[in-house]
Write a protein that binds this ligand. Structure first.
Ligand code: ATP
Ligand code: MG
Length: 704
């Protein structure tokens, strides 16, 4: 094991920390202290090399990791760490655009569009052009546009792709125009617009290049081409770019991440120094053995050696369950067992491939009274009533726009149907005003057609504005009450209305708390937009000591003592979508499993359900292909008591989990034993033909 220096780093980490100026690449496996190294390097730049904190930019993967970086920094060097600019590509871009938006043709007060409104906008565009969904699906068009944006292409630079005779780039163009008309940017625009800003305005590019002396990026393996260009432009002057990453953990190919940015770093940045970290400080040797065995099968990777430093530990467990509810109960029992062994709830995590997997888990954890919290999924800010309330609040505080007005114009019902909404949109556009000012006009009863129906709302908003004398934390509840929005919720049923009203009250409290930090309404909307994108997490203090449930994608960079990975089966991991995508998709799924395994420090359990109801369908999945050929001393079968007894008595050594071959059904795995002696029946999950129940005596199974 490498000696740890007084700084709490090993020699390789220390060398990367104190490396001089110029491009630095730290390429190393999971848990090798990459993030720790980057934090120490920032500390070193400030404390030993006299770089002012505000001249350092740290790009992290989530805003939560940015906050963590700051707190780690302040414990390392004191409060000075607070001055470092840190955040995600998106949040940093948003901050830059608040200053420079005008140069790309937006007012500084532009807003970020949420995914619902984005989809509604695309649908409207296609409808106006009389294009039916079966000819061009809105989500296909949207993902095509996103792909262009990930590649850094503006509508003019987009390829002239044709889909069923439809020119996609023309829609890209009109979509951008619509966004502009509404003073909105989508998430991908944030990054692309900063790139355009620097491409087209050399003086701004120069100012930005002088703004930071050092740029450091964590999780670099997941940068896409436009983010890469963002960094190239920003560091063009000084080349002081330090990146850390692990090609084996690249899991955002579907968002355009390109592994080549890390693999070709030294060619892209001449004179780059490379650092390798080879000790793993996180996981036990047993967990690492499984991780290494899983990832070894991927081609096209840097072969990294990763040595364990944490002792052998317990062998990871594999559990086959009957269905997703049985799986949830087994998991709950396992968590309780770990808790009895002395592990804290907050040191445990359940990491799943799809957010939908959380539903049965949530139900069972609630029934068994286990404390848990869910990160991601349908978050608070994605709820219908929260979006509505925010739209009302934004209009009240003069930062709302036409899309928000359209959202609430008929909630509660004001007799404005689809036609009426189209008319409203046209009237608003013709007025040349922004939505809040247009409402001022309506309040003076200068209204015709559909707009007339909005006069009472406009009057209410104007009078409330006076009453609250521009204190943004006031007026929301009164507006929702007097506009009959809250009554409208009752139509959903008492129980549901109650829950939704509670949510709105939570929002009101959140607004009050946030306003104490002197945020402007526009800044508040930015924060809500980031929260909604899942880049920031609402802090829930009351359940800090609880088990974390989140998707594997979210778990990147994190660590827990005990980890459960449910649904390690074909169809989920690898996910069906990537199975359809072929080898590239499957390799990415394998990396995702690797990310999941390497989150665990001491205990790891993988589960599989023989029957899984998902997306309204019943599946009979087979165990994940990634676990094929993994021997029992690396991944141990956790057998149900009943089966253990029977399996041990079965003379030929077959047990649950044994791989077997049947003369006509082919290869399979035993998933259950029933009965005894000559009457033993086995259930076998065959790769090709699914589950079969067979009499062991006559089945002619051969152990593989
Ligand atoms: P990932 O690839 O998952 O992002 P990473 O390479 O960023 O992992 P860190 O999160 O920085 O790894 O470190 C993993 C764990 O090992 C942390 O708990 C960290 O504090 C610890 N660690 C890192 N380096 C050392 C060291 N030299 N001595 C002791 N502990 C260390
Ligand atoms: Mg890390």
């Amino acid at each position: 094991m490498a000696e740890i220096l007084p700084t709490g780093l090993n020699a390789a980490q220390q060398a990367a920390v104190v490396a001089g100026d110029g491009p630095q690449l730290i390429l190393a496996g999971a848990g090798s202290g990459k993030t720790r190294t980057i934090v120490h390097r920032i500390g070193h730049l400030i404390a030993d090399r006299g770089v002012a904190p505000h001249r350092i930019l740290a790009v992290t993967f989530t805003n939560k990791s940015a906050a963590e970086l700051k707190s780690r920094l302040s414990s390392l060097i004191g409060d000075g760490g607070g001055g470092v600019t840190s955040g995600t590509f998106h949040s940093i871009s948003l901050r830059l655009l608040r200053r420079y938006a005008e140069a790309v043709g937006y007012p500084r007060s532009f807003q970020v569009i949420d995914s619902d409104d984005q989809k509604a906008l695309i649908k409207r565009l296609l409808k106006q052009a009389n294009i039916a969904t079966d000819r061009l699906h809105p989500s296909y068009l949207l993902s095509w546009i996103e792909k262009c944006k990930h590649l850094g292409q503006t509508p003019q630079q987009a390829p002239a792709d044709d889909w069923n005779g439809i020119k996609l780039h023309e829609f890209y163009s009109s979509y951008q125009q619509q966004l502009r008309d509404h003073e909105r940017m989508d998430f991908s625009d944030l990054i692309l617009n900063v790139v355009i800003l620097m491409r087209e305005h050399p003086s701004i590019a120069e100012a930005l290049q002088h703004r930071f002396d050092h740029v450091l990026v964590d999780e670099y393996q997941d940068t896409n081409p436009v983010q890469h260009e963002w960094l190239m432009l920003l560091c063009a002057g000084h080349h002081n770019l330090t990146v850390v990453g692990d090609d084996d953990q690249s899991i955002y190919g579907w968002r355009g991440a390109d592994i080549r940015h890390i693999l070709d770093f030294e060619h892209i940045w001449s004179g780059a120094e490379q650092h390798r970290l080879e000790e793993n400080y996180r996981s036990t040797a047993s967990i690492l053995a499984l991780a290494n065995m899983v990832i070894r099968k991927n081609e096209d990777r840097y072969d990294k050696s990763l040595r364990a430093t944490q002792g052998v530990g317990e062998i990871p467990q594999w559990k086959v369950c009957n269905d997703e509810y049985d799986e949830a109960r087994q998991i709950s029992a396992q968590l309780r067992k770990w808790h009895d062994m002395g592990y804290e709830w907050q040191e445990m995590a359940i990491l799943y491939r799809s957010n939908r997997q959380s539903l049965p888990l949530e139900q069972v954890l609630r029934e068994t009274a286990l404390p848990y919290r869910i990160i991601g999924g349908v978050g608070f800010f994605e709820r219908l009533e929260i979006k509505d309330a925010l739209a009302y609040w934004a209009l009240l505080n003069r930062c709302g726009d036409g899309l928000q007005l359209m959202r609430i114009c008929n909630r509660p019902k004001r007799g404005i149907g689809l036609k009426g909404q189209e008319q409203l949109a046209a009237q608003l556009a013709a007025s040349g005003l922004r939505a809040p000012e247009w409402l001022d006009l309506l309040a003076n009863e200068q209204a015709e057609g559909a707009a007339k129906k909005l006069v009472p709302l406009a009057k209410l908003i104007v009078s409330l504005r006076e009453k609250i004398s521009s204190l943004p934390d006031r007026g929301l509840m009164e507006l929702l009450r007097s506009s009959a929005y809250l009554d409208g919720l009752q139509a959903m049923g008492e129980l549901e209305a109650g829950g939704r009203t509670d949510n709105i009250q939570t929002l009101q409290r959140y607004i009050e708390l946030t306003m104490e930090q002197n945020l402007t309404p526009v800044e508040f909307m930015d924060r809500a937009a980031l929260l909604q994108s899942g880049e920031e997490e609402g802090k829930s203090r009351d359940n800090e000591n609880s088990v974390t449930l989140m998707s594997l994608h979210r778990a990147k960079g994190l660590e827990f003592d005990c980890v459960v990975l449910p649904g390690v089966e074909d169809g989920l991991l690898p996910h069906q979508r990537s199975l359809d995508d072929g080898e590239v998709g499957i390799a990415e799924e394998r990396r995702l499993l690797y990310v999941g395994i390497t989150r665990a420090r001491h205990q790891l359990k993988l589960t599989h359900a023989r029957v899984r109801r998902l997306f309204g369908e019943t599946h009979h999945p087979t165990p994940s292909r990634f676990l094929k050929d993994i021997p029992a001393h690396i991944l141990q079968q956790d057998m149900p008591v009943k089966s253990v007894a029977v399996a041990q008595s079965s003379e030929n050594g077959m047990g649950v989990g044994s791989s077997v071959m049947h003369p006509s059904f082919g290869e399979g795995m035993i998933i259950d034993f029933e009965g005894a002696g000559d009457a033993i029946r086995v259930s076998v999950q065959f790769r090709k033909v699914g589950i079969k129940r067979l009499m062991l005596k006559y089945a002619a199974l051969v152990l593989l």
